[in-house]
Design a protein around this ligand. Structure first.
Ligand code: SAM
Length: 216
């Protein structure tokens, strides 16, 4: 994603603190209070400009969505979508996903979405991939038992790495698709990257990975 300096971004984010949550540590364990209901909470890690999450929020008003994005200059585009659509069930955190457990309590989250995560193709950068085992361990902590990761990407190398990483971690793989747009999957909401890459004719890979830690 190309980063452009946007001097007005901080101000825009501060003006809309009901959607872009400042100091999210203070809401750890209390996200249901922030949304004002007890609906399930799904997070997207690396939400980018927010097209997927805004679409999901409209499609599923009884689910609460939180987008996690590292860069202020990118998250403002997601914030603009919430403001335009007045979405009560979507919030944004401008934070690094490496610190997810500072913002969410154990078992607080119902699902994690990873869409078109940065592939970090060099082996020496593999620990930065959002499907690396250290991230899977963070997600495991904040997810309810038996929680799921839903993952889409156009990048074959990242997909292969992730399938191995999920399997080695003991996650159960479900609904694996090597060509999402020509599959029976219904209700797909495209991300910005998904639109861009599928227009170029690239196949989209998708899988759901479930933690097998439910109490017998
Ligand atoms: N999901 C969007 C899509 O499909 O259009 C954006 C994909 S973009 C390739 C990956 C996004 O993940 C970038 O916006 C990047 O800033 C964000 N990201 C990468 N690592 C992150 C991290 N550790 N914490 C939060 N966001 C991260």
């Amino acid at each position: 994603m190309r980063l452009r300096h946007k001097p007005w971004a901080s101000e825009f984010i501060a003006e809309h603190s009901q959607y872009a949550i400042a100091n999210p540590e203070q809401y750890k364990g209390k996200w249901h209070e922030v949304f004002g209901n007890h609906n399930p909470i799904h997070i997207e890690v690396g939400t980018g400009k927010g097209q997927f999450l805004a679409g999901m929020s409209v499609q599923n008003p009884d689910i609460n969505y939180i987008g996690i994005e590292l860069f202020e200059s990118i998250i403002v585009a997601a914030l603009q979508k919430i403001v335009d659509l007045q979405l009560p069930n979507m919030k944004l955190l401008n934070v690094d996903a490496s610190h997810l457990t500072e913002y969410f309590d154990d078992n607080e989250i119902d699902r994690v979405y990873l869409n078109f995560s940065d592939p970090w193709p060099k082996t020496r950068h593999s620990k930065r991939r959002l499907t690396y085992k250290s991230f899977l361990s963070l997600y495991e902590r904040i997810l309810k038992k038996g929680g799921e990761i839903h993952f889409k990407t156009d990048n074959q190398g990242l997909f292969e790495f992730s399938l191995i990483s999920f399997s080695e971690y003991g996650l159960q793989l479900k609904f694996l698709s090597l060509d999402l747009h020509n599959s029976a999957f219904e209700g797909n909401i495209m991300t910005e990257y998904e639109e861009k890459f599928s227009k170029k004719g690239q196949r989209i890979y998708r899988v759901e990975a479930k933690y097998m830690n439910e109490v017998e």
